[in-house]
Each structure stands twice: as structure tokens, then as C-alpha cells.
Design a protein. Sequence first.
Length: 375
Amino acid sequence: MNPDISPEDVVARSAHILRYDPDAVRAFGCRVLELADVPSQDAREVVECLLSADLRGVDSHGLVRLPVYLRRLRAKVVNPRPSIRIEPVRESIGLLDGDNGLGPVIGSRAMCEAIGLAQRFGLGMIGAFRSNHFGAASFYVQKAITKNMIGVVTSNAPPNMAPHGGRERFLGTNPFAIGIPAGKEPPLILDASSSVVARGKIIVRAKQGLPIPEGWAIDPQGLPTTDARAALEGAVLPFGGAKGSGISLIIDILCGVLTGAAFAARLRTLEDLNSEQNLGHIFVAMQTDLFVSASDFGARMDEILQLLKSSAPSPGILRVQVPGEPEAANESRNRRLGTPLAPEVVQELISVGKECGVTFPSTPVHSITPKRGRV
């Protein structure tokens, strides 16, 4: 496989891709959320979160999520105007009550609060509860990176994953993300779910009528499946067997049990239009000069990243890459060529727009029929 093409791109390449001006897509998303009574600044934060994922090639967390966000707002199981409250717990620790607001609104507020605490004390930590699906965790660690800080974000998720040795849904595909700035080198950004693959990627495959690789999920009977729709009715699998299962459980304890949020089977899915999700998150920001100077840290980060990239690649691989490097390349390319959206997602967005009288951008920047090789 070409190392300049991410796994997300491989999924997207299997369909005819339409590209749209990011500014036009942003304006559309903001307008439909505003008509759902979301304040303009909050609407922009949500759309930036989703649009960022699409630009970085993580289409499972992109605008494909906007229609279900709107359905939940209309069903009144998400608060469009939350009264977010933060209670100090310790000098550099706080607990945020999200008042059942949109996840990206809560996540952005929590990360900014953690950054503020880190600026004062060197390290800041915010736990959050009464939240909802917050998109890609990498969106929030990038906020810390812009302040030359290390950012750590994790969240629990609805029980869509079978524990190691089980066949019933119990664990979430609980993600963990960390962003670490460097000196002259680009930052390291790792964002990974504790499942073999994020469930959103299976949703994308199902919408496109495509199969999934074996090992991603099991069907309702607990048998391996390559049918994306059967996988959505069954359960995704943890990465690394018992290791991924254990990590997911620990994340659920930190984000759910510790913060007072829901956890395991008590969490509700995005598709449940009758209940609050009550997800829990943890946000940490820390200065890079806690133990060495900031300049020394930057130089040492440059050294380790350069050593990694100069290490010998496996046969058939062009070079070793730093976590986050493929996504950064995707973003650079997609900002130049246009936001890539699958036709199925475009049709959903068009329908959403018709429901509230907002026209989705009528003309793509251009469209491509992907072939093997580089875009």
C-alpha cells in the first residue's frame, strides 16, 4: 500500500468522491445548526470539528455525523443551548457539567479550561459528564498544540464492542488521543479507538454498500462477518484482543465511573432518540517545560521524530511515518482540492438542507473517480 495514503483514504477511494469548497460546506453546516437553535459560535465549533475530520481523511467522524446530531436536537434529547458549569475540584483540576449539550461544544470548552489551568499551574485536567458524541478526539489535542502544550483526551462511548472472549456488546470503542508539539518538526498526533476500527468506519462502509475486512466485527450470533450491516447489528472487536479490551474498560472507568457520567450498558447510542447519552470525557493539558526547558523539549522531540523517520522501513513501505503525518498530508491536500464527501453523505446533507430550507452547495469544486495510486 502507498504509505502516503491513509486507511481512511482507502475506504473513501472505493466510491466516486465529490469535493466541495470547505468554506461553503462550513457555512451550510453552521446555518442548519443555527436553525436548530444552536448559537452561532457553538454551531461553528461543531462544524469545525466535523469538517476537520473530513479534511484529515477521517470521514467516519466527519459531516456524516451532522444529520444524526440534528435528529437528536429535534428530538430534544440534546440541549442546543447548554448552561455549562465547571466546579473546581483541586488547584489544577475541574469537573464540567455539560448540561447535555452538543459534544464538540462541551469538548472545546473543557479543553480550553484545561489549557487555562495548565498556563497557571503547569498541568490542567478537566473531567466532563452529561456530554454527547464529540467527534474526533484529535480535534481537541490540536487546541493544546497551538499553545505549545501537550494535550491528552479520552472519552467513553456507547457499548458497541464485545469484550475479549464475549459476544455481546458491553464496551465502547473508547478513543484515546495525544498531541505533542515539537521544535522544527510537525507535532505528533495519535488518535485511536480501542477497537480494531472505529465503528464509524463500518457505518461509512454500510452506507456505501461495501464489505468490511474480516476481523473488524462479529454478527449478532458472535460469528466473524464481512457484511457491514450485519456488523452494525452485531459488535465491533477490540484491537489486540485482551489488551484492547482491557484498555477500553480502563477508559470507561476513567471517563464514566470517575466523572459521574454513564458507563458500559448505561450509555445510550447516537441513534437512540429517546434518551440523553451522558458521555464522559477527560481532558489534560500540560506545559512542555515541566522537567526540562521548553526549548530543550522541542529539540529532543525533533531528535526522536527524526530518528523514527530515518529508521529502516519494511519491504514495500516507502518510509516510516510519525503518528498524525498521513492525516496532516490529507488535510493539506484536501484544503487545496476541496473537502472530499461520498455521494451518500452528500445526499443526506442535501435532504437535511431541504428539511430546513438551506441549500447544500450545488456544485462540487470537482469530482473524481478514484483509481489506484495517488490522488
